[in-house]
Design a protein around this ligand. Structure first.
Ligand code: FEO
Length: 171
């Protein structure tokens, strides 16, 4: 059973995950406009992943007797000076998500809510991957800065990413 405080915090995080999807969709639009379809596809898949993250909070809240309350989502940033600036922004965003998840974990521990802690553990692990992905692409972008051919090769590489939807019924 979720306490009212934890329920509110989970609803807030659900909104944040859906906002992340919105943000990455906007980034995908930026890359489409820049004629970098591989980057655009990578970001679209990132957006789809974020939707599944938001859904996880939705499902857990329902299953533990909480009340889901969907809130207004802010407009994301649509324009960036460069792909490097965009990925710097994305990495900063993911670090912020990590700090939010850690706070939620502290909160669940303080309340002695074991189920919430197990649920949040998935996100703690996921955030390691999220930060690593953005960090690696940012490093690669910096390495090919000013090299159009290198950028196109990176675009091809990122275009290989495939979306693997969570198994039906998976939490
Ligand atoms: Fe759901 Fe990228 O954090």
């Amino acid at each position: 059973m979720l306490s009212k405080k934890l329920q509110d915090a989970f609803n807030e995080q659900m909104k944040f995950e859906f906002f992340s999807a919105y943000l990455y969709m906007a980034m995908s639009g930026y890359f489409h406009a820049e004629d970098l379809p591989g980057f655009a596809s990578w970001m679209r898949i990132q957006a789809l992943e974020e939707l599944t993250h938001g859904e996880k909070f939705f499902n857990f809240t329902c299953e533990t007797g909480g009340r889901t309350l969907l809130q207004a989502i802010d407009a994301p940033t649509n324009d960036y000076a460069s792909a490097i600036e965009l990925f710097e922004f994305g990495l900063k965003h993911e670090k912020f998500v990590t700090s939010r998840i850690n706070k939620l974990m502290d909160h669940a521990k303080k309340e002695g809510n074991h189920a919430a802690q197990i649920f949040l553990q998935w996100f703690v692990t996921e955030q390691i991957e999220e930060e690593a992905n953005f960090s690696l692409i940012l490093k690669k972008l910096k390495r090919v800065e000013g090299d159009g051919r290198g950028l196109l090769m990176l675009d091809q590489e990122l275009g290989q990413r495939v979306f693997v939807p969570p198994a039906v019924g998976a939490k």
